[in-house]
Design a protein around this ligand. Structure first.
Ligand code: GAP
Length: 563
């Protein structure tokens, strides 16, 4: 039997192999990320064979594992793995955490008292020429000037192409030839439509003439649907636009059935639906998406301290799974953005590559909601502009929307105090989380091929807990008993982790495919394995290879994956 080749990335006898070289300009392009997601089966457009539907996305074989791993990590770290007997670092005290799984369709009164029926709006503009509809704060553009005429040219192009697209549209509008390109001045600043005072000089994203966009109008984002066969107005309800309300309306059920005591949190993971006017930026703004929400109930006097705790804890969670410090910010809402009953709201934001440099997109909001939700479901929708809050009345002086009339207050057994708890709400998006982790993981570096020649390598540096496949098992060649040993190792690992067996093609190419899938470890059975019962385990990020005993491989993978 020939010894295995020792060049480049072939398996080795002891340790260490040439490490990857960072590419000098590590700019992540959204186009490359989207194309990798489709090519490798992370994400597909929904109903693609019929031309797709905007704002709806399907997760492919790798994507579904990644998203499940993210949701499982959240559930384990926030709910199932929470130790209620100790007070975690930074927390005012110990606390309890439980879970729920509520329906997507709920009683229509829920959405009236939550405020979504009246207030869940976005501003949209219509184009009288193209008959298209856009979200007012999402259409970007720049001022363009040609011979004393200044107009505002908009586009929906991705940010990396935005300036070029504005120039192209400006040239077309002024009927300029390429040789006159220097006569056109395009402004340096890209701004959104909502920053303008008038639409008179605006060239809409799909229009040929100026001033075709209407004034902004409100548009409710909830999807309407009908319960039952009769279809009267009273049978109309909505697909939930957030999972939170299922938690509020079950507050009493949870208290009565699980005997939790304040402070405690209820978590839920599930689908939410919003009829976004201009869904865009890949999965960032989708019409169907999943949320991971906690409603944390506490005594009003403690709510500020708990708000601080959850802000810090949630930010640390994203970092623990690999989002970098530089790409994350915590944006505290200004006091004028806050409802008066709230002591604070902060967004955890990420520097998604589709945003201009220095801009960030929301990953998760942490809101102090006071007692607004529980009291609204108890007494009828509260008017958040009143202080102390009172029930909103209709023109006859009656409650605009009737509450449930159920007592959603809490009695402290020790002090006998009865009060409506305050709520801290850390509300995360699973799809936005997946997108942020995909963007963070996407890396292009240079690594040696089997002949030792440096080649550009695309590698998804996903945290091992999130990686769709934890390890891949290869026989170096398809003979000499190597496949049989590799299959046995694969079988023993598969009992514990999602692992992948691959015997096809050159081993270097198999490594590359796993790098793109984000697989942190590749295990290779080579000639030595047959004699000394060891295999190589290759680290995706450092390319380091070490030899480990076959009968220790499950433990080695478990330790490295940290599950
Ligand atoms: N219960 C509070 C609530 O729903 P939100 O800020 O509207 O708050 C929470 O949503 C999170 O849900 C966001 O931070 C985001 O991660 C995710 N999310 C909201 N709308 C989304 C959309 N159209 N597509 C994908 N994720 C979305």
């Amino acid at each position: 039997m020939k010894p295995p080749p020792m060049l480049g990335e072939a398996p080795i006898a002891a340790t260490i192999i040439s490490s990857p070289t960072q590419i000098s300009n590590p700019m992540k392009s959204m186009d490359s990320i989207v194309s990798l997601c489709k090519r490798r089966g992370f994400l597909f457009q929904s109903s693609e064979i019929y031309g797709g539907v905007q704002g709806l996305w399907d997760y492919g074989p790798l994507g579904v594992e990644l998203k499940r791993n993210l949701k499982d990590a959240w559930w384990r770290d926030m709910i199932a793995g929470h130790n209620e007997l100790v007070s975690p670092a930074g927390a005012p005290s110990s606390f309890e955490m439980v879970g729920l799984d509520c329906t997507i369709l709920m009683h229509p009164q829920v959405w009236k008292n939550s405020g979504h029926y009246d207030l869940f709006h976005d501003f949209m503009v219509d184009c009288r020429e193209s008959k298209k509809r856009y979200r007012h704060d999402q259409v970007r553009g720049r001022f363009v000037e040609y011979r004393e005429t200044k107009i505002f040219v908009t586009t929906l192009a991705e940010i990396e192409h935005e300036a070029d697209e504005v120039r192209r549209r400006g040239m077309k509008y002024f009927k300029l030839r390429p040789k006159n390109a220097d006569d056109l001045t395009v402004g340096d600043e890209s701004i959104t439509l909502d920053k303008l005072d008038s639409h008179d000089e605006v060239l809409g994203p799909d229009a040929k003439s100026l001033g075709t966009l209407t004034e902004p109008r409100e548009f409710n984002l909830m999807f309407k649907t009908t319960l039952g066969a009769l279809g009267g107005e009273e049978d109309t309800t909505f697909l939930r636009p957030e999972t939170a309300q299922g938690i509020f309306v079950n507050f009493k059920n949870v208290l009565d059935s699980s005997r939790v005591k304040l402070p405690f949190g209820i978590g839920q993971v599930g689908k939410s639906f919003r009829n976004e006017i201009t869904p865009r930026n890949f999965t960032f703004r989708s019409r169907e998406f999943e949320q991971m929400e906690i409603e944390f109930f506490c005594h009003p006097s403690q709510s500020q301290a708990w708000y601080g705790y959850w802000r810090d804890r949630r930010l640390a969670w994203y970092k623990s799974l690999g989002l970098s410090d530089e790409a994350l910010i915590m944006r505290e809402h200004h006091t004028e953005e806050l409802a008066h009953y709230s002591v604070g709201t902060a967004d955890i934001e990420y520097a998604f590559p589709f945003l201009p440099e220095g801009e960030y997109g929301e990953l998760e909001g942490i809101a102090h909601r006071g007692d607004f939700d529980l009291r609204s479901h108890m007494e009828g929708k509260l008017d958040p502009s009143t202080s102390p809050m009172t029930v909103e009345l209709n023109e006859n002086g009656k409650p605009k929307y009737r509450g449930s009339g159920k007592d959603l207050s809490y009695r402290d057994e020790e002090s006998n105090e009865k009060f409506v708890p305050h709520v801290i709400e850390p509300s995360a998006g699973a799809d936005r989380g997946v997108l942020a982790f995909l963007c963070e993981a996407f890396t292009e570096d240079e690594a040696p091929d089997e002949k030792g020649k440096m080649q550009t390598r695309t590698v998804m540096k996903l945290h091992p807990r999130l990686a769709p496949i934890k390890a891949a098992v290869f026989p170096l060649v398809k003979k000499d008993g190597m496949p049989e040993v590799a299959q046995e190792i694969y079988g023993s690992l598969k009992e514990h982790f999602n692992v992948f067996y691959d015997a096809k093609g050159a081993v270097g190419r198999r490594y590359r495919r796993q790098d793109e899938a984000g697989t942190p470890y590749c295990i290779t059975v080579d000639g030595e394995s047959l004699t000394d019962k060891t295999v190589t385990i290759r680290d995706r990020d450092t390319l380091e290879q070490t030899r480990v005993k076959i009968d220790e491989i499950v433990e080695v993978v478990r330790e490295r994956v940290n599950e």
